[in-house]
Design a binder for this molecule. Structure first.
Ligand code: TYD
Length: 213
């Protein structure tokens, strides 16, 4: 456990439904635990000095491999994370908040490795960041995810192609074995929104109970 607060991370390929689940979890925590007075909902890429360049590189019109540059993206996501941890995550945990982060270092490890960066190198580059109390990996097939994104009319970026997402998904599934000291739980995200929410609560409830007791 983090010494103070509770640090929860949501991970998964684009369109896996994690953003919907983040807001359902926030509602559930507030309505169930009157003692929790601060939930910090945050995400990566965050709002930092590096956000603009990250989004430019990810946008569809810059999707040629040179523009997407895996080495530069690796560097940018780590720099963005340093600012995010210093300005938001660590200060919030120190105030005993529940911090829920939509993507974190596991996105860099899964996505930039899918671009061709060795996984061990991506892991090393992210070695110094605080370790979450729980990392939920939303595991859904790329077909389901792409269909969800099409339905929502979401503009696709360079990474939202089925073959690429399959590689990212495979990398996510390798993470628990590669990082045995960190706490993961894989959620079946091909289910209905309500069933996924129930699965999330089952994992998170004991952690919140420990925080408020
Ligand atoms: P996200 O904010 O989830 O996408 P959207 O803007 O569509 O809601 O993240 C943008 C993309 O960046 C997504 O495809 C995942 C990718 N990404 C990485 O490749 N590495 C990282 O470290 C992070 C945080 C995101």
């Amino acid at each position: 456990m983090a010494e103070k607060g509770l640090f929860i991370v949501f991970e998964g390929i684009d369109g896996c439904g994690k953003t919907t689940q983040v807001s359902k979890l926030v509602d559930w925590i507030f309505s169930t635990y009157k003692k929790v007075d601060s939930i910090v909902l945050t995400r990566e890429p965050s709002q930092s000095t590096f956000t603009k360049e990250i989004h430019e590189r990810l946008s569809l019109k810059n999707s040629n491999p040179a523009a997407a540059s895996k080495e530069r993206l690796l560097e940018l996501f780590v720099l963005d994370r340093e600012e995010h941890v210093d300005k938001i995550i660590t200060p919030s945990l120190n105030k005993n908040a529940v911090v829920i982060c939509d993507r974190y270092k596991y996105s860099t490890i899964a996505y930039q490795a899918a671009q061709g960066i060795p996984m061990a190198h991506a892991i090393d580059e992210n070695d110094s960041f605080p370790i979450p109390d729980m990392v939920l990996i939303f595991n859904a097939t790329p077909e389901t995810c792409v269909e969800r994104m099409n339905k929502s009319g979401k503009e696709m970026d360079a990474f939202e192609k089925t073959a690429f997402l399959e590689k990212v998904r495979a990398n996510y599934i390798k993470l628990p074995a590669l990082l045995p000291k960190e706490t993961f739980h894989v959620i079946n995200a091909n289910q209905s929104i309500d069933q996924i929410h129930l699965d999330v609560i089952k994992v998170i409830r004991p952690l919140v109970e420990r925080l408020v007791k």
